[in-house]
Design a binder for this molecule. Structure first.
Ligand code: ADP
Ligand code: MG
Length: 604
């Protein structure tokens, strides 16, 4: 039953609701629908919501008596006394939204409770009830809002274009659909259904419905728990990345947030898995104890502050690394096929050839825009949908054609299951396990191995050096000589024994044990050639970069490897912290599944 809150409590919670733009109305109405227990919600807008907004739900409905009160200030059925504030389980409780919305619009309410024979139709103009009549209508509630700000024209001037207002709405509804995975959402814009979710609780289904331009085959599931923190969601494999972070959505305890801490955790998790300047697509749902969140943050603000930022960052990067360490996350050779989700199995497989080189270009190539922020209209046009939407909405239809996408489970990739078949073009090591065929790029793999060895030698306190018979002589420029302090130390740290040998010459008498003589010599020469006096060598990032540049000593494509060398390479790769990509972010190996091969031969 709707109560009018008394002054004492109303003053305590009053937020002075301001309806700023169409999206604020939709947020309030949809939150009311969720509070009313609806599991199906239709949102329809015209002209960015400025001309028309409809929200229809199959929730509890409002009784005839309550329809008279719903539009009053401080009218709510969700709390009645001050102590209720301690145990709020609804999204709303202030009883202000409907009053604020009704005050600046023409609003029509159609509602019926399941237990009632007949429903109600209330018309409110600028806050004033014009009529309230019994009417036959489906169970649930519909709000139709027209003529936004018709009585406060000054506010209309602050509206953005129709497209900009609709994109805010699409963003909001997309996020709500992800957050409330058991609620089916349907969003209609100017008569076209933009998306519809089934409410079946499967987030991958929701992503594929809402973000129709994301190939969910390039997403891997992520699930991780530790120390009272838990996270789940979907993240892109290195095969799918973007130039910006606009493909990243995070929810903390069910609410969409912006968070630099989460962003940092993600970047750390993807370190060396993507080229510099590329960002993954992620949908992450983090749950933390509410005591670990800064409670002073306003509920409508998207910023969130954690008490233990480092822990959160570390937690997220570990979760991401685990998810990327699974078989599912290995870059698919068939990426370039762009098979669409739900394409019928009998449909013709496009006759495209797999060029391994294209794998690289898929990673870098021009990308499609991420839908919500925001949809290209050509993606979302669905010409088969009826254009004419009746004023009084029909029953929410059941969505029948949802395709259930299997949600993969998380299991680390097993090198031990691989059987090496041989080498292709003196460059690609072929291997199989029970359901995939793999191609390893011998150069990228060796680069990765070499790089990790360098880093670990560099990080280790004790360096293991080996004396060499003929010392290596090194000549450097005068400026390098002057700044020798900065570059001698890192080299010595790696295990080189190096001393000045008069003027600009240096003598190297020992090299790190893991390097061959030739490798050691090439490495030092490249390292010193790449010295740039403007760079701060103490900065490990710079050292990383130098090391990367010096990785020329890795085996090349077309170098013929003996069987023993191949198995040593595979063994070494297996022990790498990140065996999946070279230090520059290129994949070290890619996969082609049994199913994909069958498709190539049109067997399925
Ligand atoms: P609040 O959500 O803070 O209670 P609102 O002004 O948003 O306040 O709504 C007032 C009341 O109207 C709600 O408490 C609820 O009883 C009723 N109501 C609003 N929308 C719906 C809906 N979609 N279904 C059922 N009841 C609703
Ligand atoms: Mg409300």
């Amino acid at each position: 039953m709707i109560n009018i809150l008394d002054k004492q409590i109303a003053d305590k919670i009053a937020a002075g609701e301001v309806i700023e733009r169409p999206v604020s109305i939709i947020k309030e109405l949809v939150e009311n629908s969720i509070d009313a227990g609806a599991d199906s919600i239709v949102i329809e807008i015209k002209k960015g919501g400025k001309a028309y907004i409809r929200v229809t739900d199959n929730g509890s409905g409002i009784s005839w008596e309550d329809t008279k009160k719903a539009f009053l200030r401080h009218a709510t059925s969700k709390i009645s006394k001050v102590s209720d504030l301690d145990s709020i389980e609804t999204l709303g409780f202030r009883g202000e939204a409907l009053a604020s919305i009704a005050a600046v619009t023409r609003t029509e309410l159609l509602t019926k409770r399941r237990e009632d024979k007949i429903g109600s139709r209330v018309i409110v103009h600028g806050g004033e009830i014009i009529s309230n009549q019994p009417v036959g209508c489906p169970d649930g509630t519909t709000f139709i809002i027209t003529d936004l700000f018709y009585n406060t024209p000054a506010r209309l001037k602050f509206m953005k274009s129709d497209a900009a207002e609709s994109s805010l709405i699409i963003d909001l509804v997309s996020q709500l659909a992800l957050a409330y995975k058991n609620v089916s959402f349907r969003l209609i814009n100017n008569g076209n259904v933009l998306f519809a979710t089934s409410g079946d609780g499967n987030r991958l289904n929701i992503i594929s419905r809402v973000f129709s331009n994301i190939d969910t085959k390039n997403l891997v599931s992520l699930k991780y728990e530790s120390d009272g923190l838990s996270i789940e969601g979907y993240i892109s494999t290195p095969a799918m990345s973007r130039t910006g972070k606009n493909g990243q959505i995070f929810f903390v305890n069910g609410r969409v947030v912006n968070s630099k801490v989460i962003e940092k955790g993600i970047s750390e998790g993807y370190r060396e898995r993507l080229f510099d300047g590329r960002h993954p697509v992620v949908f992450l749902f983090l749950n933390v104890n509410s005591s670990d969140l800064d409670v002073n943050i306003h509920p409508n603000k998207r910023e969130v502050r954690f008490d233990h930022e480092n822990e959160i960052e570390e937690f997220i990067s570990t979760a991401v690394k685990n998810a990327l360490g699974t078989k599912e996350a290995i870059v698919r050779a068939a990426n370039i096929f762009k098979e669409s989700i739900g394409e019928s199995k009998t449909s013709q497989v496009k006759e495209e050839q797999v060029f391994i080189k294209n794998i690289m270009s898929t990673n870098r190539g021009p990308e499609k825009k991420l839908s919500p922020a925001i949809f290209d209209s050509e993606i979302i046009e669905t010409p088969n949908e009826p254009k004419q939407i009746t004023e009084i909405p029909e029953e929410i239809e059941e969505e029948k054609d949802f395709i259930h996408i299997q949600e993969p489970f998380i299991k680390p990739f097993e090198f031990d299951n691989l059987i090496v078949l041989g080498v292709l073009f003196n460059t690609y090591i072929m291997a199989v396990d029970e359901d995939n065929f793999y191609l390893f790029d011998q150069h990228a793999a060796h680069e990765r191995i070499f790089y990790e060895k360098l880093i670990s030698e560099y990080d280790r306190e004790e360096k293991v050096s080996q004396p060499i018979l003929m010392p290596i002589l090194l000549n450097v420029s005068t400026s390098s000589r002057i700044s020798e302090e900065s570059w001698l130390a890192p080299l010595r740290n790696m295990g080189f024994v190096i001393d000045n040998f008069g003027q600009n010459s240096y003598r190297i008498s020992e090299i790190p044990t893991f390097m061959g003589l030739q490798e050691g010599e090439t490495f030092v020469k490249d390292f010193t050639d790449n010295l740039d006096k403007h760079q701060d060598l103490k900065n490990t990032v710079v050292i990383d970069k130098l090391i990367m540049k010096s990785c020329k000593s890795a085996v090349k494509a077309h170098d013929h490897l003996k069987d023993e060398e191949i198995s040593a390479l595979m063994q070494d790769l297996k022990t790498c912290i990140n065996p999946f990509s070279c230090p520059h972010g290129r994949p070290t190996f890619i996969k082609l599944s049994n199913y994909e091969i069958e498709r190539l031969f049109k067997r399925v």
